[in-house]
Design a protein around this ligand. Structure first.
Ligand code: NAD
Length: 470
């Protein structure tokens, strides 16, 4: 795509199509028009996908991988325009681990998925029995996504599905449809018509997708409440599901850590994408011997991280994507303050400025029973909880019914690994938080979901296992 305007024009709804204006969360100004698709549009997309899928499956892995590599090149050629659109629609800055980083992850994941080996496994070969495990395409896969990392999460869902020989119908969040429409229009330059499409509708379209009898699997990333609704609506057709749901990640700072050395890692673990990240650090447990030192080092890092309009290259933190999310954060921080918690930094939004900006907020002298700790807050606030013994910290980390990620911070790797093994979470990072890698499986424990993404495990999850015995 040559220019930003050309990119936007390529996804502008046709005359007569119902549409909705998408507003920039930093300014309240219009970003563009998104189509409002209906359940009838969904049916047309599923029909087209089902028609295109057999020929795609027949191409074989090498040809499909080649198409994914070309799609990665196409995304790279339009990377700056895509990042700009993402920044305007989602709010995340171009700079820092944000919009350019997210678009870069899209091409990286396409390439990694294209290169993931997938050979049939010989499970028994003893002279009498020869049994092989293969993975066959499922057919048409539905991909339903959230608004926080809309492009990257769409790629996480569609890349392994396509590589395995499936067709895909994508239902993006109603908050960030333009980013996904633009990304898919670029990828579709390299794919057969009808194989991959976007149906930009609301909850009704999501529900219809999750219950449709021609959809063999739903890849869902979003809240735990919606995940439960999808389990129910997909039950009649016994759909395969990968559910990447809500989190409320704990971090434990062990007594031997160096507060100054870990402060920046802790900050980005918590505040990446202004805290709107499923696997962001949301509860920090710090040993009493280091409590004040960690609080003040974190406050110093926070003061050096500018928040503002994402198109300004100086900013590394942006607005919250929508007012609903802003209101959740404001309510939880206000309640923490009223309960007697100490606000170290932030907590004082300027309601006179345009946009959904909520300042970086650190809250001390708080415990697990406070709603700011117990509920998924999904914004730029970090409660810091004091503990006396490691057993107490582990018990508090495990006390919630979600378990997406967690982290342990220590200068003793062996001690950190021992603590990590006791934490109920899908990933436990050591001396970092939230880092994802296309080669490393990722998925939640407890009510953070089930099924793995990425790497060979993630690829197999987009196929139907078939045993050939004989
Ligand atoms: P959400 O659950 O409100 O919406 C996600 C998607 O589901 C949207 O596209 C929405 O239109 C659709 N949807 C809503 N109701 C539906 C229904 N009944 N049936 C089918 N589809 C339906 O989530 P959100 O607010 O967009 O995203 C934030 C949430 O996503 C947070 O809880 C966050 O933790 C989670 N998340 C998880 C991961 C992960 O990898 N585990 C990654 C990112 C975000």
């Amino acid at each position: 795509m040559e220019t930003y305007d050309a990119l936007l024009a390529s996804i502008t709804p046709a005359a007569g199509q119902n549409s909705r204006t998408i507003l920039d969360p930093a300014t309240g100004e219009a970003v563009g028009e998104a189509p409002v698709h209906t359940v009838e549009d969904l049916q047309a997309a599923i029909d087209a996908a089902a028609a295109a899928q057999p020929a795609w499956a027949a191409l074989g892995h090498d040809a499909r991988s080649a198409a994914l590599l070309k799609a990665a090149d196409a995304v790279e050629r339009s990377a700056e325009e895509l990042a700009r659109l993402l920044s305007r629609e989602q709010g995340k800055p171009l700079n820092g681990p944000n919009a350019r980083f997210e678009v870069g992850a899209c091409s990286a994941w396409l390439r990694a998925t294209a290169g993931t080996p997938l050979e049939p496994e010989v499970v028994v070969d003893d002279g009498e029995t020869h049994a092989e495990l293969h993975y066959r395409p499922i057919g048409v896969v539905g991909a339903i996504g959230p608004w926080n990392w809309p492009m990257m999460i769409t790629i996480w869902q569609i890349a392994p599905a396509l590589r395995m020989g499936n067709a895909v119908v994508v239902k993006p969040s109603e908050y960030t449809p333009l980013s996904v429409l633009a990304l898919i229009s670029i990828i579709n330059q390299e794919l057969p018509e009808g194989l991959l499409s976007v149906v930009s509708g609301g909850r009704d379209v999501g529900e219809a997708l999750a219950s449709h009898d021609a959809i063999g699997k739903v890849m869902f990333t979003g809240s735990t409440a919606t995940g439960k609704a999808i389990i129910r609506s997909s039950a009649d057709t016994v759909k395969r599901l990968t559910l990447e749901l809500g989190g409320n990640d704990a971090g434990i700072v062990l007594p031997d850590s160096d507060p100054k050395a870990i402060a920046e890692g802790l900050f980005w673990g918590a505040f990446i994408n202004t805290g709107q990240t499923c696997a962001a650090l949301k509860r920090l447990y710090v040993h009493e011997s280091q409590y004040e030192a960690v609080c003040s080092e974190l406050a110093a890092v926070a003061a050096a991280m500018p928040m503002g309009n994402g198109l300004d290259e100086n900013n590394v933190l942006g607005p919250l994507q929508n007012r609903q999310q802003y209101n959740i954060v404001a309510r939880l921080v206000d309640a923490a303050r009223e309960s007697g918690a100490r606000i170290l930094v932030g907590g004082n939004p300027d309601d006179n400025q345009p946009g959904n900006f909520y300042p970086t907020t650190l809250v001390a002298d708080i415990d697990n029973d406070n709603p700011l700790v117990a509920e998924e807050q999904f914004g730029p606030a970090l409660p810091i909880i004091k503990y006396s013994t490691v057993d107490e910290a582990v018990a508090k980390a495990n006390a919630l019914d979600v378990g997406l990620g967690a982290s342990v911070w220590s200068s003793d790797l062996g001690a950190a690994r021992e603590v990590a093994a006791r934490i109920q979470a899908g990933t436990v990072w050591i001396n970092k938080h939230g880092a994802v890698d296309p080669r490393v499986p990722f998925g939640g424990a407890k009510q953070s979901g089930y099924g793995l993404e990425f790497g060979a495990e993630g690829l197999k999850a987009l196929g139907v296992p078939q045993v050939i015995n004989g």
